[in-house]
Write a protein that binds this ligand. Structure first.
Ligand SMILES: Nc1ncnc2c1ncn2[C@@H]1O[C@H](COP(=O)(O)OP(=O)(O)OP(=O)(O)O)[C@@H](O)[C@H]1O
Ligand SMILES: [Mg+2]
Length: 595
């Protein structure tokens, strides 16, 4: 665990050292605290002479009393002050470390590849970033300062007790191993309970996330009750586990108190007998008892932390589990930097399967010269999107290579590679921000004038201007405030503004009405003028402007050629196309409806 903390501890070293210094100070004050009382008892009340090293002190009972009381007050003041600083510094340092770890966790999640994000549930990741980090944080804030201070106090107290009277110390400490075993037992118990509680929390968060992002479907299918039960079941499990943790905690603290009281009773019995037989002064016993109490107090406080610490431990395991997962896109250590490429793309004998048993692409060969327009057509599930996702390396081929300007993209710097690509996914994702911010996303100091230029050229400027506040329209979460077509317009403009040498379009017009579709097709035709463009589409009729069409079937390229060639050869594509128009004529609708 500490290997993850270490790099983040360095920046707060100063704060932590100050906190530790204050903690040592606090411990020293605790060690000193009982002594004035001993001298009040022995020298002020019982008039015993002071030890020789204190010979400079006033000898009259009254002045000595004043002096000792003053010492007690000063010690109490210093104790309060050092407690304040130690809590403040140690807790602040801890909080900063946790803050850094949270950032590290977020970056780590961002860096993971498609496989990771497909398998992991968003809600569970959110629970780790939120609840788990929070659990560690509250332990660090409440437990760490207490832990540091109390352990120091404890060690010192035990040492001094041995100096004062080692026999009584042994007597008092006989129960310490028992306490040790009990702490171990309860800590482990609470940790495993909390592990299940944190899991349930992740589950609840996943359910909530799923339901909240698909509320329309849930409501349309009347599944509110089912989902509420699913949510309650997960939160209920968390509640039950937390109840068990509380039960364990409430057994542990009284057990510790009981054990400590027992040893006090034994010490009092033997202590009073020693005083009566003249072996010990009342002041000695008093000091010893004060130390005993002083030692028990940290132990009791530490025992109270078992719940918080157990919970944080379970939470830290969950955070570390993610930090230990490495499913980043593999980038060779000597990856070459890419400057702006020309956009020559080739697939050489590319095969791919999402898992070992099923292959989705079989030895695909495809050459796309710079600046040309390539279409991918084929039936549902034939592997078009899969092929497209290999270019930004969301997926890597199982065998074969994809090259850009002749260089294997797997050996290029990933950021550079992705900078060469503008991608319009099938479901345009927009952020909760203005149209401006969405269009200029990922561009620092993006140029508004260029954006308007681009939109105007593509014929999308008017569409965007027609939004309620034009470019300043605030788009709701997941783009919900816009229609599907409007969202697509923003998404295409965003891709065009990137002015990348490669443009990838995954079914950009699916589900749009005829008017918007022809508008967007026209926009795409303009967008594709310049970059190397790959468009996945079912709109065969709309593909007359592309240079080359590849027909994919069950993961293989059946044929390639221009629109005219495929039609002339009466190819598969042609039959698909014919079939489509036959349908269309029958139904007497516009020719461009999806397959
Ligand atoms: N994330 C995934 N995990 C596992 N299998 C997948 C995944 N995505 C796609 N597949 C499978 O890979 C095959 C090809 O899918 P792909 O999405 O590339 O098809 P497509 O040609 O784009 O289809 P469509 O026209 O419907 O978009 C399909 O059989 C699909 O079930
Ligand atoms: Mg697809």
């Amino acid at each position: 665990m500490f290997q993850y903390f270490r790099p983040h501890v360095r920046p707060v070293r100063g704060l932590l050292s100050a906190g530790l210094l204050a903690s040592v100070m606090s411990a020293v004050m605790q060690w000193i605290a009982p002594w004035p009382l001993k001298y009040i008892f022995d020298s002020v009340i019982s008039h015993k002479p002071l030890p020789s090293w204190m010979s400079g002190l006033p000898t009259s009972a009254n002045s000595l009393l004043w002096f000792m009381v003053a010492v007690m007050a000063v010690v109490a003041g210093l104790l309060a002050l050092s407690d304040y600083f130690s809590t403040r510094f140690v807790a602040t340092a801890g909080q900063r470390v946790i803050f850094a770890i949270r950032g590290q966790l977020f970056r780590h999640i961002e860096a993971q590849g498609t496989g990771f994000h497909q398998r992991r549930r968003v809600g569970d990741l959110l629970a780790r970033l939120g609840g788990d980090v929070q659990a560690i944080q509250s332990a660090v804030v409440t437990a760490l300062p207490t832990l540091v201070r109390n352990v120091l106090t404890l060690v010192g107290m035990i040492a001094i007790m041995f100096v004062v009277d080692w026999r009584f110390s042994l007597l008092a400490l006989v129960l310490v191993p028992v306490l040790g075993f009990a702490s171990r037992y309860y800590l482990n118990k609470i940790k495993s309970i909390q592990r299940r509680a944190r899991q349930a929390d992740g589950e609840a968060s996943s359910v909530a996330q799923e339901v909240l992002t698909s509320m329309t479907v849930v409501q349309a299918f009347g599944a509110e009750d089912v989902e509420a039960k699913r949510y309650e079941e997960a939160t209920g499990r968390g509640l039950e586990e937390n109840r068990l943790a509380i039960v364990a905690q409430s057994q542990f603290t009284p057990l510790v108190t009981l054990a400590m009281t027992m040893s006090t009773v034994v010490v009092i019995y033997f202590g009073v007998r020693s005083i009566n037989s003249g072996q010990l002064s009342a002041g000695d016993l008093l000091v010893f008892m004060a130390y005993l109490r002083g030692m028990f107090s940290p132990i009791r406080q530490l025992s109270k932390l078992a719940g918080v610490v157990g919970r944080a431990h379970a939470a830290a395991d969950r955070v570390i589990e993610i930090l230990n997962t490495h499913e980043e896109v593999f980038v060779a250590p000597d990856a070459a930097h890419l400057h702006r490429t020309r956009g020559v793309l080739t697939f050489r004998n590319v095969s791919f399967g999402y898992d070992e048993d099923t292959t989705v692409l079989f030895g695909v060969d495809l050459e796309i010269p710079a600046g040309t327009r390539q279409a991918l057509v084929g039936l549902t599930g034939s592997g078009k999107s899969t092929l497209l996702r290999m270019i930004p390396r969301f997926l890597d081929p199982t065998s074969g290579v994809v090259t850009l300007d002749g260089a294997n993209i797997a050996q290029a710097n990933l950021t550079d590679l992705r900078r060469q690509i503008a991608y319009v996914p099938q479901e345009p994702y927009l952020f909760r921000a203005t149209v401006w911010e969405n269009i200029l996303y990922g561009r620092e100091g993006g140029e508004r004038a260029t954006a308007i230029d681009v939109a105007r050229r593509a014929g999308l400027h008017e569409v965007i201007e027609s939004f309620p506040q034009g470019y300043d329209t605030m788009i709701g979460e997941r783009g919900l405030a816009l229609s599907g077509g409007q969202r697509q317009c923003v998404s295409i403009t965003r891709a065009m503004v990137r002015q990348a040498p490669v443009l990838l379009l995954d079914e950009p017009t699916v589900g749009l009405d005829a008017e918007l579709e022809s508008l967007i097709m026209a926009a795409l035709e303009i967008a594709a003028d310049g970059p190397t463009t790959i468009i996945v589409s079912h709109q065969l009729a709309g593909l007359r402007w592309v240079d080359q069409i590849a027909v994919l079937s069950e993961g293989r390229i059946l044929e390639t050629g221009s629109h005219a060639e495929l039609v002339a050869n009466r190819s598969v594509f042609w039959s698909l196309s014919e079939l489509q128009s036959a349908h269309l004529h029958e139904r007497d609708v516009d020719e461009s409806v999806s397959l």
